[in-house]
Design a protein around this ligand. Structure first.
Ligand code: GLP
Length: 241
C-alpha cells in the first residue's frame, strides 16, 4: 500500500481530490466508488472547486456509494443520499441518474443488494473506490468480522459505530442499527483504492490497517490484499506509524 502523509486535513483533501480528478481526466466515463463520513467532505469541496474553476467534467462519470442506512428514505436529512447531494452532487455537473446509492428503504433488501452488485458489474466495475475508516477499522459499514468474501448485504452496526455516528442525529435512539453496505469483496474488486484518514482518533486503526495482521477483525487490514491502494493520512492519523 502506498502511504502519503499530508501536513493537515486541508492538504489531505487537496491531494485526494487531485487523485480523483486525474482518474476522471484520463477516463471521462470513469466509475467512482464514493464514501460518506466527515473525512471526504474536504475532498468533495475541492473537487467542486476543480469543477468550477478548472472545468473538471463529471457529466459522463458514474458513481456508486458504499452504503446507506436501512430504513431511511433518500430524502431523509441523515440519509447518505442527502449527504452526497449536499456535499458533492449538487456542486458538480453529474446527472442524478448516473449516481447510485443503495436504497435503505427498499421493500426487499436482499433483492436490493443483488441489484446493486449487478449494477456495479454492468457499469464495468469501479475504477477508483474512495474510503474512510472507522475507529474500529471498518470500511464502508463492514464491521469487524467482515471477511474478504463479503458482497453487498445488510449489516448490523457495531455499538461503537452507532455512538460515533450519533453526532449527526438528534439522539442516539434515532441512529439506524442496520445498513446496506458493499462488502469487502466488492471493495477489493475496484481497480484502485484511495483511503483517507484524518485525526488522532484514527491513528490506531491506521496502524492496524497498514502494519497489523491481515484479519477480518480489522476489515481495513484486508486492503493489504489489493495491488493498488493509496492511503492519504494527515500527521495526526499517522501518529502511531
Ligand atoms: C461511517 C461510514 C464510513 C466512514 C466512517 C468514518 O460509519 N459508513 O464509510 O468511513 O463512518 O467516518 P468519519 O469520516 O466521519 O470519521
Amino acid at each position: 500500500m502506498k502511504l502519503l502523509i499530508a501536513e493537515n486535513y486541508e492538504a489531505l483533501s487537496k491531494e485526494a481530490a487531485r487523485v480523483v480528478a486525474q482518474v476522471v481526466a484520463a477516463k471521462p466515463t470513469a466509475v467512482l466508488g464514493l464514501a460518506t463520513g466527515s473525512t471526504p467532505i474536504g475532498m468533495y469541496r475541492e473537487l467542486a472547486r476543480l469543477h468550477r474553476e478548472e472545468g473538471v467534467d463529471f457529466s459522463r462519470v458514474m458513481t456508486f456509494n458504499l452504503d446507506e442506512y436501512v430504513g431511511l428514505p433518500p430524502h431523509h436529512p441523515q440519509s447518505y443520499r442527502t449527504f452526497m447531494q449536499e456535499h458533492f452532487f449538487r456542486h458538480v455537473n453529474i446527472p442524478l441518474e448516473q449516481t447510485n446509492i443503495p436504497r435503505g428503504d427498499a421493500p426487499d433488501l436482499q433483492a436490493e443488494c443483488r441489484r446493486y452488485e449487478e449494477a456495479i458489474a454492468a457499469a464495468g466495475g469501479i475504477d477508483i473506490q474512495v474510503l474512510g475508516i472507522g475507529r474500529n477499522g471498518h470500511i464502508g459499514f463492514n464491521e469487524p468480522g467482515s471477511d474478504a468474501e463479503t458482497t453487498t448485504r445488510v449489516v448490523k452496526l457495531a455499538q461503537s459505530t452507532i455512538k460515533a455516528n450519533a453526532r449527526f442525529f438528534d439522539s442516539i435512539d434515532e441512529v439506524p442499527t442496520k445498513a446496506v453496505s458493499m462488502g469487502i469483496k466488492t471493495i477489493l474488486a475496484a481497480k484502485r483504492i484511495l483511503l483517507l484518514a484524518s485525526g488522532e482518533a484514527k491513528a490506531e486503526a491506521v496502524r492496524r490497517m497498514l502494519e497489523g495482521e491481515r484479519t477480518p477483525d480489522v476489515p481495513a487490514s484486508l486492503l493489504q490484499l489489493h495491488p493498488d491502494v493509496t492511503v492519504i493520512v494527515d500527521k495526526d492519523a499517522a501518529a502511531l506509524l
